[in-house]
Design a binder for this molecule. Structure first.
Ligand SMILES: C[S@@+](CC[C@H](N)C(=O)[O-])C[C@H]1O[C@@H](n2cnc3c(N)ncnc32)[C@H](O)[C@@H]1O
Ligand SMILES: [Zn+2]
Length: 173
């Protein structure tokens, strides 16, 4: 499985559909620059294509930075295929600023070499874009969520696991 040549260089991504600016949820966020239709591909999540081994190392470093609350903290690794991941922590990837939401208006979809952020429903100009980061249950307390949606459990976690967290929170009270 060879990386296609055109994906080896930084790629300019069309930004006509989004605006990157300060978010009330966290740091920088991404907002709809115009009304968007359900199912529409909004922006491609680009970055360096790295092997699984490289991406484990990068993820570890990124986690360490985010634990230390440095400005560029956050994990920007996305699984591409069996051999490769994308490290989205590059200056030309605006999609890296999309925050998590427990009631997301976007989702990610991809093929072997690309990942897109797609609208889950019609989105109004000015709305912040968000998708479910689908974080695992491990260390869930370390990822507080400030998405502000009704179904938010207060932590960034895969929708399927939110019931477990709710139960644990009840037991702790
Ligand atoms: C890929 S970054 C997203 C962009 C980020 N807002 C920034 O300014 O770099 C992921 C990090 O943003 C923060 N984040 C994303 N969604 C969040 C949410 N709903 N509530 C709280 N923090 C969030 C977490 O620190 C997470 O590790
Ligand atoms: Zn939330």
């Amino acid at each position: 499985m060879q990386i296609p040549k055109e994906l080896l260089k930084p790629r300019k991504v069309k930004l006509s559909k989004v605006i990157v600016r300060k978010s009330k949820v966290h740091g920088t966020g991404v907002f709809a620059a115009k009304n968007l239709k359900k199912g529409e591909r909004i922006i491609e999540y680009v970055g360096d294509i790295v092997t699984k081994k490289q991406s484990d190392k990068v993820a570890e470093e990124q986690l360490e930075k985010s634990a230390n609350h440095t400005k560029d903290g956050g994990v920007y690794i996305f699984e591409l295929n069996k051999r490769y991941d994308i490290n989205g922590n590059v200056s030309w990837n605006s999609a890296k600023y999309i925050n998590h939401s427990c009631e997301p208006n976007c989702e990610t979809e991809g093929d072997d070499w690309h990942i897109w952020i797609t609208a889950l429903r019609d989105i109004k100009k000015g709305e912040e874009l968000g998708y479910d980061y689908c974080y695992d249950i491990d260390n869930w307390q370390e990822h507080p969520c400030r998405c502000g949606s009704k179904s938010c459990v207060g932590f960034i976690i895969d929708e399927k696991l939110r019931g477990k967290v709710r139960k644990q929170l009840k037991e702790n009270n």
